[in-house]
Design a protein around this ligand. Sequence first.
Ligand code: 4AD
Ligand code: MG
Length: 430
Amino acid sequence: MNAYIEDVARHEGQQVTIHGWLHHRRSSGKIHFLVIRDGTGFIQAVMSKAGVDEQTFQTADHLSQETSLVVTGTVRQDRRAPGGYEIDVTSLEVISGSENYPITPKEHGVDYLMDRRHLWIRSERQAAILRVRHEVVNAVRDFFNNRGFILADTPIFTPAACEGTTTLFPVQYFEEQTAYLTQSGQLYNEANAAALGRVYCFGPTFRAEKSKTRRHLTEFWMVEPEVAYAGLDDVIELAEGLVTSVVARVLDKRRHELTVLERDISKLECVRAPFPRISYDDAARILREKGLPFEWGGDFGGTDETVLSEQFDRPVAVHRYPSAIKAFYMKPDPERPDVALCVDVLAPEGYGEIIGGGQRIDDYDLLLQRIKEHNLPQEAFEWFLDLRRFGSVPHGGFGMGIERVVSWICHLDHLREAIPYPRMLYRVYP
Ligand code: 4AD
Ligand code: MG
């Protein structure tokens, strides 16, 4: 019977056939230990000289790493085995060879591995990260779908900036026009929210980030909800609900992967509502108390975010940043117009910003003024201004970067491992 490694527990004592690749081989005179992977997991297949015919035993003697093969054998429980089970091999068929596989159990440098990312993802650790990513994405979709949000996709080719003109990727759009790869679906989300109430978009977004930090990719995936008739507090509550639900889901469904990653699970178990909410002013005070030379009015740098997020055992919502350092669409706090009704959620353990959002300007005149102040081309925003011409309502939302969340949940050093094929300042290969 064909089986996947993740299901072998259901087949204890039975004969199963596994279709996979050789991950590792250890042989002694009378026995071969073959660690097989099939994409769903890893299992040790034990081939004893007595258990197979002469030729099969000989073949196994020469198998190299990543040879594709089909193994049949009996599932046996073994408490010492990593997955709790082993297979006693009765037959083996080689599908295709693999000479000089470039990624061996020895240590390789990150650049070497990144150049071979298409193979590196076969490793146990990388595959575990991608499985966690899958779970995060599924949890996000379920969260919104179960709460009455409508998925409304936003375009990738856009006529103008959403998040500042310095990180736009221009694209030649036929002969005459320049389009830009989207930095965020937010502006279209706002139109969609006025049409559908509660919406989200979920897709790739692009930023020409010249920074070479562990927190920046040039192509990343973002989920963005937007809600009509929502204020800043509603936005923070929604963000809190999303993050707690995603973490709970990974803890529930991806324990094994977290173990492979040697993740300290107790840290993730702290991620429960309510999240602390602090103002930008409070955050600035904390930074100065910690001896950092932070001045009111500036944006938090990587170190600032790290220090702030280390103060709490769960994500923290930092609200009301100075309007001057935030995007053009942020609504000023009516009680204090120099700060915006915005929020960043910072993940703990030094991971920093995973969510950015807030309440949007709903007043036509103020929005037009901001578009001009930011030197944005008004004609490209006429449709966006229409939303304030025709039945404007208070509304808000946020964007959550999937790789930032995966990186934090998996406790990675760098975002590049949180996506199958990372795109960065110096990397568009493979
Ligand atoms: O804070 P940002 O720039 O906010 C927006 O784009 C809003 N328009 C979203 C909205 O309100 N609908 O980006 C949102 C999130 C960040 O918190 C971070 O998680 C992620 O997107 N992000 C990046 N992730 C990887 N690489 C980058 N260069 C990123 N820039 C932002
Ligand atoms: Mg931000």
